[in-house]
Design a binder for this molecule. Structure first.
Ligand SMILES: Cc1cc2nc3c(=O)[nH]c(=O)nc-3n(C[C@H](O)[C@H](O)[C@H](O)COP(=O)(O)OP(=O)(O)OC[C@H]3O[C@@H](n4cnc5c(N)ncnc54)[C@H](O)[C@@H]3O)c2cc1C
Length: 434
């Protein structure tokens, strides 16, 4: 391999890949970005919907407490909008739906959430420096969030709410979700779970996440190749060969791979990636839930609902008024528990909450069925953190891994994808110019 097609090949054009491309090309490196889809953005996707509005089908909410994404929003001066604050809350207890104010629901959540997260600052005193893992974190990394909740002896009403909140946070079932992951998140908000909730559900980019993606993409000279899927990467002493599914080979001095962890094993790496990381990818993360946008007949008010993980749609909130109808966004912890392309199934799930609700139309993308994702936002299971963080800080020959899955801070968020893309770009540059 005497002459390379690029200094760096980036595999995947989500926020991590686009960030790395911008950082590298702005510092003079030549970059080829290979993206299997016919669009950039990966697990963010702003598109026209069947519901009367352009919507975000993947990542959506951003917050000023997330430093990397907020810096980008400010840099490009992008407008934001707020999700409406709920004035009515629905929750469940003893098989009954309860109705109250959002403040009443938060008051019921508070003791359990505070107790679950009590050790966040002690275990993660600097949540941006979690690698190498401390012995204290290693000591609790085999515990699930469900186990932690069950220790608390909450009454049924509080238990259902706290368990449901963690199912929402993980986009997955609390019984497979790592307690350490919950603590990491909350450490980023100084231990304040309500701020954590606000970060996940308050500010949206007015023109969708695509506005930020487009602004960042406009500032890279990378050769971006869509509809280009990688099947193998072999790393040699002075460079790497990236093999496409068409059989074409692209050579580069460095390679950055940004695949979601659940599909990492879909690329054949030579030499192989570490066995513990491959095992984590095989096991998969906890985040296998769903998100669906729903147009509901008439006005249902500024409602938010939170129920236990046994509800196929255990959270929804009002987002927009569209010609007198209500547009709500709903989440469930298990994409296999409900067909989010089936209007009647979504209506039945929402009628558990509001019996006379009438669903006019739905629109969603099933990220778990999507062979280029197989997960929603990255949230680890027990005993996965060390292998993932070690990989995030390693080079495998000429290959490095990046993406929200490998972030230190807001892993699971757009912020984490940007953080990781920046860090790995700097390391790749250092490798190019030792
Ligand atoms: C439903 C949902 C809701 C979310 N909500 C929020 C939110 O409100 N706020 C927030 O901050 N975050 C949210 N997230 C998370 C956020 O969207 C992701 O963490 C982030 O976008 C991941 O970016 P990434 O670049 O790391 O990975 P991805 O965006 O997954 O990028 C990886 C890219 O690699 C491509 N690829 C895969 N295989 C190959 C291959 N073999 N060859 C070439 N290309 C390949 C994929 O097509 C993809 O484009 C949400 C995610 C989902 C799915």
């Amino acid at each position: 391999m005497s002459s390379f097609k690029a200094d760096v090949v980036i595999v995947g054009g989500g926020f991590a890949g686009v960030t790395a491309a911008r950082e590298l090309t702005q510092r003079g490196a030549s970059v080829i970005l290979l993206e299997a889809r016919d669009r950039l953005g990966g697990r963010t996707w702003t598109r026209d919907s069947d519901l009367g509005k352009s919507l975000d089908f993947g990542g959506t909410w951003v917050h000023w407490i997330q430093p990397h994404v907020w810096a980008e929003i400010e840099r490009y001066g992008l407008p934001l909008v707020n999700s409406p604050s709920p004035d009515t809350a629905l929750w469940q207890s003893g098989g009954q739906v309860k109705r109250g104010t959002a403040e009443e629901m938060f008051a019921l959540l508070d003791p359990g959430m505070t107790a679950v997260l009590a050790d966040s600052a002690a275990l993660f005193p600097n949540p941006y420096r979690i690698h190498p893992m401390s012995d204290e974190v290693k000591g609790i990394d085999d515990i699930t969030v469900a186990e932690k909740i069950n220790e608390l002896g909450l009454d049924d009403e509080q238990q259902a709410l706290v368990e449901g909140m963690w199912a929402l946070n993980f986009s997955g079932r609390p019984e497979v979700s790592a307690y350490s992951q919950g603590l990491r998140w909350c450490a980023l908000t100084g231990g304040n779970w309500q701020l954590l909730f606000e970060a996940c559900a308050s500010f949206k980019l007015a023109d969708g996440t695509k506005a930020l993606l487009d602004a960042m993409t406009a500032q890279t000279t990378a050769d971006i190749r869509l509809n280009t899927r990688v099947r193998g990467i072999s790393s040699g002493t002075d460079g790497a060969r990236v093999e496409l599914t068409t059989g074409e080979v692209v050579t580069a001095r460095q390679v950055i791979v940004t695949l979601p962890l659940n599909i990492l094993n879909s690329i054949d790496f030579t030499p192989a990636l570490p066995s513990d990381l491959r095992a984590v990818a095989r096991e998969g993360q906890a985040s296998t839930g769903c998100k669906v946008w729903v147009r509901v007949k008439g006005s249902i008010g500024h409602v938010a609902a939170l129920g236990p993980s046994s509800c196929p749609l255990n959270f929804f909130q009002f987002e927009y008024d569209v010609d007198g109808d209500s547009l709500i966004v709903a989440f469930g912890p298990d994409a296999h528990a409900i067909d989010i392309t089936d209007r009647a199934a979504v209506e039945t799930a929402l009628q558990q909450w509001i019996p006379d609700i009438e669903v006019l139309a739905i629109d969603a993308h099933d990220w778990v069925a999507d062979e280029l994702a197989r997960q929603t936002w990255p949230m680890l299971r027990p005993n996965q953190l060390e292998a993932v963080q070690t990989a995030a800080h390693s080079a495998f020959g000429r290959v490095r891994l990046a993406g929200s899955d490998y972030a230190e801070g807001w892993a699971g968020f757009i912020d984490g994808a940007i953080e990781s893309g920046k860090r790995v770009a700097v390391r790749a540059l250092a490798d190019l110019h030792p």
